[in-house]
Design a binder for this molecule. Structure first.
Ligand code: GLU
Length: 411
């Protein structure tokens, strides 16, 4: 099962609950616009390389379309389509005045120089600048991109359209970015994890947490939950995992990764394990915070955690999700769990339009308010409809988008 099939299946389950007619379903699963562009670039050694870039604008019924820009070798049109639709439901679940979009370029940034990544980014903006913009479609960081890439994006966009920092979010703080945007996705995962633990009657000190991924999302989640007195017992990056049953020294690991080009490779104060073993560890909370498709029918039976929090987008495929639900485990779905990032993107965009910068404290407080409201709404929907939290989140998101589309006279 591919990412796109998975999101469509989740969509249909919620659409059944909402009794949406086939015509509305067709409208809501179809993207408003999809583009593939050619990106010819001169590499550092003088060679000409041609890459493919994508932007899928899924739905704008609730506002300008919003979603990240992913640089990863496996990016293709179908994956970007699935991720764009997820953004539409995600912004609706947290009730931001946005629609959903996603973009990507099929490159491996870890083998490219900063100059090459800059030229690829600028070339991509050259190709798409006419149909994106602050009132229309606003990119942000995702896997393989960061605030530097967003700064190049903004600079290139402004060459065509004039000064307008609201054209992209996740920018450096010195360049119209919002303090707290970088930590926001991981912090949001942590905030929601604590809310869920509270609802399930569990206490942080008695909670062992395992996190797959130690990039932007995984490392900030680990940091937040460690501070909240959870016991973070294992984390991993693409090179492997690190396990310490009595709890990892998370601040030391964050420092280590910061000084080691973002990886934990060579970290000594923990037991080395494989990524596969990590998923099967005895723990209370498992947080996939890396790639999609981390929990499938092949490994779901070996997963022991009663609580799963989806830091990544699309980490659980439906066959596995069905097993988890049937066994009574609690899955906090991606469209709620990792919505902290886009929420602070919204704060950044709103500040850019006022030329005003909030303090870090204000960003953190307002993030807490938005995510708490969304969590309560999803929890209540799940009680009311007797569904999983995933189906409840989709019902809430799809319901809001279809009401907006109907009010606008689109459907
Ligand atoms: N890429 C992030 C996501 O998947 C953030 C998107 C945004 O800030 O627009 O939610």
């Amino acid at each position: 099962m591919k990412a796109l099939d998975a999101t469509q299946l989740y969509f249909n389950r919620a659409a059944d609950h909402l009794e949406l007619p086939a015509s509305s379903r067709r409208l809501l699963v179809t993207a408003k616009r999809e583009v593939q562009v050619q990106i010819p670039v001169e590499m550092d050694d003088g060679r000409l390389e041609t890459y493919l870039g994508y932007r899928v604008q899924h739905n704008d019924s609730r506002g300008p379309m919003k979603g990240g820009l992913r640089y990863h070798p496996e990016v293709d049109l179908n994956e970007v389509r699935a991720l764009a639709a997820l953004m539409t439901w995600k912004t609706a679940v947290v009730n931001l005045p946005y629609g959903g979009a996603k973009g990507g370029i099929a490159i491996d940034p870890s083998v490219l120089s900063p100059g090459e990544i800059e030229r690829i980014t600028r070339k991509f903006v050259d190709e798409i600048h006419d149909f994106v913009g602050p009132n229309n479609d606003i990119p942000a960081p995702d896997m393989g991109t960061d605030s530097q890439v967003m700064a190049w994006y903004m600079n290139q966009y402004q060459k065509y359209h004039g000064f307008n920092p609201a054209c992209v979010t996740g920018k450096p703080v010195e360049m119209y970015g919002a303090p707290g945007r970088e930590e926001a996705t991981g912090r949001g995962v942590g905030i929601l994890c604590l809310k869920l633990l509270g609802r399930l009657g569990r206490k942080p000190p008695q909670t062992r947490v395992v996190i797959q991924g130690f990039g932007n999302v995984g490392s900030h989640t680990a940091w937040f939950l460690n501070k909240a007195e959870c016991s973070v017992v294992a984390v991993s990056d693409k090179f492997g995992g690190y396990y310490r049953p009595e709890g990892l020294d998370v601040p030391a690991m964050v420092r280590y990764a910061n000084n080691n080009r973002g990886t934990l490779q060579g970290y000594k104060d923990a037991q080395p394990i494989t990524n596969e073993q990590l998923m099967e560890l005895d723990c209370e909370v498992l947080i996939p915070a890396a790639i999609g498709g981390a929990i499938t029918e092949h490994n779901v039976k070996k997963i022991k955690a009663p609580i799963i929090i989806e830091g990544a987008n699309n980490p659980t495929y439906p066959e596995a999700d069905d097993v988890l639900t049937a066994e009574g485990r609690t899955v906090l779905p991606d469209i709620l769990a990792n919505a902290g990032g886009v929420t602070v993107s919204y704060f950044e965009w709103a500040q850019n339009r006022q030329y005003y910068q909030w303090t870090l404290n204000r960003v953190r407080q307002e993030l807490d308010v938005v995510l708490s409201q969304a969590f309560e709404a999803v929890w209540e929907m799940a009680q009311q409809r007797q569904t999983s939290l995933r189906t409840a989140a989709y019902i809430l998101g799809i319901g809001r988008v279809s009401r907006a589309a109907a009010l606008a006279g689109i459907m």
